[in-house]
Design a protein around this ligand. Structure first.
Ligand SMILES: NC(=O)c1ccc[n+]([C@@H]2O[C@H](COP(=O)([O-])OP(=O)(O)OC[C@H]3O[C@@H](n4cnc5c(N)ncnc54)[C@H](OP(=O)(O)O)[C@@H]3O)[C@@H](O)[C@H]2O)c1
Length: 285
């Protein structure tokens, strides 16, 4: 996305309301809130220029002591979460919530395939576990697969040692295929995702961790009667719905590591190294 020059970075953050504008009714001083990734997408379909209101993209982000948020671009955070935990929710969690609930409309007993053990996929795993959806997860690390199983994954596939993981998914589902793939891999994974879904299955296009451009046999889409949808995070209303589920299930985000504000550069390096499992947090003060 185009990022404004000299932007304050980070789309995710949580904190306490210290002041409200005239006419604000949804919040009061002292409320614990998080910003929605898009400051101007409260519900329904997003406007074509929604990206202009992305925190840390079009408008200043959350790596700051104080941030100014739109009233409709903020949500109250679940009461059982610390600010550090709640700060992990706005981008990764809302995105996979949107994919699973709004696009795939998953229900108990369905099967989802999650790629890798980054922020989006680990939230997807936690939501799947909470709602009785069977999760298959891939990773480059057997150690991370073990941790994913402890969080409720039904099956783990190492995509380094089993590069044709779509066949493993097909086998695990008795030759039927999965109902939904949360596609974060991009170039290296998209074709395989069509090989993993059932006829009529869904692929939500979210990321491009292995690159964006790839050659794709379009026949795969009609052969599987696939439903493919690209999504961009989610609305404030989706965030609120997700928070209700997070609270009812007392779900705790998986935090890999918390860095001090002065070590922010180190936090970025840690993310780039890809050794993390779940989310990385910077404690601002
Ligand atoms: N469309 C949207 O609204 C939206 C929102 C959020 C994120 N995104 C995008 O979604 C992607 C994931 O975000 P994230 O925050 O979850 O990232 P992340 O935390 O950085 O995820 C990194 C993990 O992804 C896995 N991975 C890397 N290459 C892979 C591959 N070829 N196949 C399978 N897994 C692979 C690795 O897991 P292992 O170490 O287990 O191998 C890696 O540790 C990014 O591209 C991000 O930009 C898009």
């Amino acid at each position: 996305m185009p990022v404004r020059e000299n932007i304050i970075p980070l789309s995710d953050g949580a904190g306490e309301v210290v002041e409200i504008g005239a006419g604000v009714t949804r919040f009061k001083v002292g409320d614990r809130v998080a910003g929605n990734f898009f400051q101007r997408w409260s519900g329904g379909e997003p406007a074509a220029d929604v990206h202009k209101s992305a925190l840390g993209g079009g408008v200043d982000g959350m790596l700051a002591d104080y941030a100014v948020l739109e009233e409709d671009g903020a949500v109250k955070i679940p009461s059982h979460l610390s600010l550090e935990e709640a700060a992990t929710l706005p981008c990764a969690a809302v995105t996979v919530w949107n994919a699973m609930m709004e696009h795939a409309k998953l229900k108990a007993g369905d099967t989802i395939l999650l790629q890798g053990t980054g922020g989006v996929s680990i939230f997807g795993l936690q939501f799947a576990h909470a709602m009785g959806v069977r999760a298959i997860i891939t990773s480059s690390s057997d150690e991370k697969l073990k941790r994913a199983k402890a969080l409720g994954a039904a099956h783990g596939v190492n995509y380094k040692t089993t590069p044709d993981w779509e066949k493993a998914a097909m086998e695990f589902t008795g030759g039927v295929g999965v109902d939904h793939v949360v596609e974060v891999g991009g170039a290296a994974t998209l074709t395989r995702s069509f090989g993993a879904i059932r006829v009529g299955g869904k692929v939500t296009m979210i990321g491009g961790l292995s690159g964006g451009a790839t050659e794709l046999n379009p026949g795969l889409i009609f052969a599987r009667r696939a439903n493919v949808q690209g999504i961009s995070v989610g609305s404030t209303q989706m965030f609120e719905a997700m928070n209700r589920a997070v609270e009812f299930n007392a779900l705790k985000p998986v935090i890999d590591k918390v860095f001090a504000f002065k070590d922010t550069r180190e936090a970025y390096r840690h993310m780039a190294a890809g050794a993390h499992f779940g989310k990385i947090v910077v404690a601002v003060s």
